[in-house]
Design a protein around this ligand. Structure first.
Ligand code: SF4
Length: 357
């Protein structure tokens, strides 16, 4: 079930068990003053989980190689793990041998990419997140009604390219408040704003408010485009950031929602916030005078990478880990229908589950 991102449950007052490495703590500051606030929800969202499992099951069922257009999700570790199993990541469909099997990433693709794949007779599996597909449908619907569509999002991001590609002659990309003044519309009574799914909620509303100074009749999306996972992780990091001297967000540089988490933590009051792909990227100098470390991770980050960060922190005296839970998530998306059909025909498991290390 899709949760209301603001219907959250705060359990800050309930410390969880000590991290297993807490016994090795050697604290240079007052004993007991160091702690970790661990944001929850964090890490994998339903769309990322589904996309990664789709590639894993495709490799198991059809065998390697399985081609994937762009990074299946924006995380170095996930991409490297799938590559070792036989996935081949390409930028465009013309790099894929004719007739091969190709997975579209969670970020979605434009109709032009789908057409190019069909032209090469590729057997495609569409792992686009259903919440991205929802925004594609909104573009199709408003374009069919002859609206101008102002798509708030980052120019050049794969998701934005795919969404805008649904109606290139009707969509204008508005990249931040400074882009608002450039919007050109034909009829001020037929203009709607939509957005990328992984933006900062607050910054998006700032951009929309700018747009409204030029276009008071601007219509809002029929429902939130910024997805539940992005919103939930931002609410949690806000709570954590407000009480942290230092925040560490695990995730890759090209992951939009990860980068937003760093920004939101700083806006919430964290004295410093850094993004790392791996614990090995943490800089010892960040900890000078730090008592409370906030930790979270982007929606494409497997929990093993957070565990490594917690191990690193515990080894430096930050073994007291407290959960800061602002929402519970139990959302799952079923596997792409093309894959489900083949798995079912072969009598294999079609559930959205995969055994991981
Ligand atoms: Fe889907 Fe949101 Fe996850 Fe993106 S971040 S894959 S839109 S659930």
């Amino acid at each position: 079930m899709l949760l209301d991102a603001y219907n959250w449950l705060v359990t800050l007052d309930k410390p969880n068990a000590q991290h297993p490495l807490s016994h090795v703590a050697q604290s240079p500051v007052a004993a007991g003053s160091k702690r970790v606030l661990l944001a929850s929800p964090r890490g994998y969202c339903a769309g990322v989980d589904r996309a990664v499992i789709a590639v894993e099951k495709a490799l198991d069922h059809y065998g390697a190689p399985i081609y994937v257009r762009k990074q299946i999700v924006h995380n170095k570790h996930v991409v490297a793990s799938l590559e070792t199993r036989g996935a081949i990541f390409v930028d465009e469909v013309d790099e894929v041998p004719i007739g091969s099997r190709l997975v579209f990433s969670a970020h979605g693709v434009s109709p032009a990419v789908v057409a190019a794949a069909a032209e090469r007779e590729l057997q495609t599996i569409d792992a686009t997140c259903p919440l991205v597909t929802k925004v594609h449908r909104e573009v199709q619907r408003f374009a069919a009604d002859d609206y101008d569509i102002l798509l708030v999002g980052h120019a050049g991001h794969e998701e934005v390219e795919g969404t805008a590609g649904e109606a290139p002659d009707r969509v204008q990309i508005i990249d931040g408040p400074e882009g608002a003044a450039n919007a050109k519309v034909r009829d001020p009574n037929k203009v709607v704003w939509l957005s990328q799914t992984t933006l900062s909620v607050d910054e998006t509303m700032e951009t929309v408010n700018h747009l409204r100074t030029y276009l008071p009749t601007l219509q809002s999306p029929p429902s939130d485009d910024i997805c539940y996972a992005t919103q939930n992780r931002q609410v949690a990091i806000k709570k954590v950031g407000a009480d942290s001297d230092l925040v560490i967000v695990v995730g890759s540089a090209n992951s939009s929602n990860t980068v937003r988490l760093v920004e939101v933590a700083l806006q919430a009051g964290a004295k410093a916030a850094h993004r790392v792909d791996y614990a090995s990227e943490i800089d010892e100098t960040w900890f000078e005078g730090v008592e409370t470390v906030g930790v979270s991770s982007g929606a494409s980050v497997p929990e093993v990478l957070v565990d490594e960060v917690l191990d690193y922190l515990a080894a430096r005296g930050y073994g007291d880990v407290r959960n800061v839970t602002t929402a519970e998530e139990d959302i799952q998306f079923s596997l792409p229908p093309e894959l489900r059909k083949d798995l079912k025909a072969a009598g294999q498991d079609v559930s959205n589950k995969q055994k991981r290390d």
